[in-house]
Design a protein around this ligand. Structure first.
Ligand code: FMN
Length: 350
């Protein structure tokens, strides 16, 4: 079998093994859609609070609820297979939150056991679950039960880190307990919670986990190029790779990685292609959450879309002040021609 191949997650078969990682604040449903168009085989929402879903069906402020539903929980038009990621530390709440996902019909539910943010860990959720593997097992069981009752038996997956800190690397134990409790795939971000996103991830943990559990392992950590994905698949034997920061502002990484795995070579997208995708991200996001919010939201996203481009820094200095789609267009269109200009004309007509 070549390095690019289908992945069976319980009863669900994903046709390829290039996955989009959950990334809060960046990978909204518009971006997920663009990634699928560019070749991503499976996507996942960012982490969603089980407590907030269950405690208040209105999920805090109504405006936030609308944005959560439209922008994060709902699937994109071409998103035929996606997972919703939940976080929480109470099995009963996680069970009920899983049932509340029924209107979205996710193909899988992922449990967050890796988030290092104190707001999440101080409630015992995210990476703090790795300090309490018994509770982690009960949570997986609860979500599996919820998925069986309300989501047609959608498989449950778990995304974890290597451990809480260097002195407590326990991904083996946590993954074993999660699988015994019914997890059908384990994703491993091979950094500890105390590393945050710094330093390098230790891919030897991914290779080791592959040999320890009877379910597919998806590898995460430092995938910034198609070559990184190829090397992780080859060196660790993991079933799938999760692109995270490497896909920010760079959805073409999926087509490039697929091309590398299938043909041995790939081509860099042009600056115009990348910016045109960013501009489309902006205009579609405006449809979801309104022009003002989309323009604010896209400032950080455009920092990613312009990363590494000639003249990118100057462009970013101007884009961070853009408040309307028109202002984005005015800043971008004189700099690039071709596909971008065509796209701008199209948007201008609306
Ligand atoms: C800004 C940001 C937000 C993230 N949000 C989530 C999240 O919501 N759920 C999750 O499981 N992981 C989240 N992650 C972790 C990524 O999915 C991924 O595991 C991590 O970035 C390592 O991959 P990389 O080194 O290739 O970026 C986030 C990472 C970043 C940088």
């Amino acid at each position: 079998m070549g390095l690019y191949h289908p992945v069976a997650i319980g009863s669900l078969t994903i046709p390829g093994n290039l996955f989009l990682a959950p990334v809060a604040g960046y990978f909204d449903r518009v971006f997920r859609s663009i990634c699928i168009e560019q070749g991503a085989d499976f996507t996942c929402t960012e982490l969603v609070s089980s407590e907030a879903l269950v405690r208040n069906p209105l999920y805090g402020a109504l405006a936030h609820r609308a944005s959560l539903e439209k922008n994060i929980l709902s699937r994109g038009d071409n998103e035929t297979r996606y997972a919703v990621q939940l976080f929480g530390s109470d099995p009963e709440v996680m069970y009920r939150a899983t049932g509340l996902l029924a209107p979205y019909h996710p193909e899988a539910v992922d449990i967050n056991c890796g988030c290092p943010v104190p707001k999440v860990t101080k409630t015992g959720a995210g990476s703090a679950l790795m300090r309490n593997p018994v509770l982690l097992g009960r949570i997986v069981e609860a979500v599996v039960r919820g998925a069986e009752e309300r989501l047609g038996g959608a498989p449950v997956t778990v995304k974890m880190r290597s451990g809480w800190d260097a002195s407590s690397v326990n991904y083996r134990e946590c993954a074993r307990i999660a699988v015994e409790a019914g997890a059908a795939l384990v994703s491993l971000h091979a950094r500890t919670r105390s590393q945050g996103y710094a330093g390098t991830s230790d891919w030897s943990h991914i290779a080791d986990l592959v040999s320890q559990v009877p379910v597919p392992v998806a590898g995460s950590g430092d995938l910034f190029s198609p070559e990184d994905a190829e090397r992780m698949l080859r060196e660790t034997g993991c079933a799938a790779v999760l692109f995270a920061r490497g896909a920010m502002g760079n959805p073409c990484i999926f087509s490039a990685a697929r091309s590398l795995l299938l043909t041995g070579s790939w081509e860099l997208p042009t600056a115009e292609e990348r910016l045109a995708l960013g501009f489309r991200h902006l205009t579609h996001l405006a449809t979801d959450i309104g022009e003002g919010s989309a323009c604010r939201e896209m400032r950080k996203q455009f920092c990613a879309y312009t990363k590494g481009l000639a003249g990118g820094a100057a462009l970013r200095n101007r884009l961070v002040h853009a408040q309307t789609i028109g202002e984005y267009r005015d800043i971008l269109s004189p700099l690039y021609r071709g596909s971008l200009s065509a796209l701008f004309q199209e948007v201008g007509k609306n």
